[in-house]
Design a protein around this ligand. Sequence first.
Ligand SMILES: [Zn+2]
Length: 327
Amino acid sequence: MTRTCSSTHARRSEHIVAARVADCSRRALATLLIALGAALPGLLGAQTTRAARRDGTVPILEYHQIGGEDARWTRSTASFRKDLELLYARGYRPVTVGELVDGVLDLPAGMSPIVFTFDDASPGQFRYLEKNGQLEIDPESAVGIWLAFSKAHPDWRNKATFCMLPAATAGHAFFGDKGIDGQKTAWRFQKVKFLAEHGFELCNHTLWHAQLNKYDDRMVQEQIARGVMAIDSAVSGYRVRTFALPLGLWPKNRALAVAGSWTDPRTGKTVKYGFDAVLEVSGRPTPGPFSPGFNKRSLNRQQVLGDALVRLLDRNEATRLVVGPAK
Ligand SMILES: [Zn+2]
């Protein structure tokens, strides 16, 4: 556009220049219209005049590793940033699983809730950088990207749910340990505390990602109870309300995914747990908390892979929950 419409054409005869200016104007107009067309869904999404729909559906997004190339279990930082922009432009604002099950959707009228869940507690989700003895949140980790986005968009609150493993291998232990990805073991609790103090929700995903369908009742309860105990060690007294089933697999005794207890044989101390919400791994956008089909003990999630988010939002459009004016 700038090349073919540049002033070098001014040396040509007047009528050619006039024709070219008209041509350039037409093309400029066409370009403007195309740009407007591209921006339109975003502009429409950002409007607050969307009619309220209390009994609508709510997508619950599921992320695993953040960073590296886009793959089955990995979302690149570039794609993650685009996801935030896309959701913002289309009028979605984040809520935690806890807020969803309580039906407390503290969003401006015309906006729709979106739930972010991050599974497996890898360093790419929350990484520290040590600079001159000071710890900084890596701006290229999910938490760093989220906080920067929230700063630029103040109505994007720190509402995401982290379904953590405290003691899995390969750095999946409260966002990295043993020097994996530059993360020190000593930083683990500090990260968990930071999340809780800044509005994010802490969710249990078992001790080390045990496939609960394989084990007896005692082991199932130990895996879940010790996950809860580890969160309590990091944030004393924190009530863990949400549990994410590893690989979406239920224990043989399904009730134990919701409530149970385990006695530590070393101390004789019994730990009880009870969750308000249980997260599955896949399925359609879940009916919202004001819909008859809402089942907080079996909430479907959607993995964010490739362009799945765009398709998910398109599919959710007709039924999406939209917050009405405050009463
Ligand atoms: Zn997992």
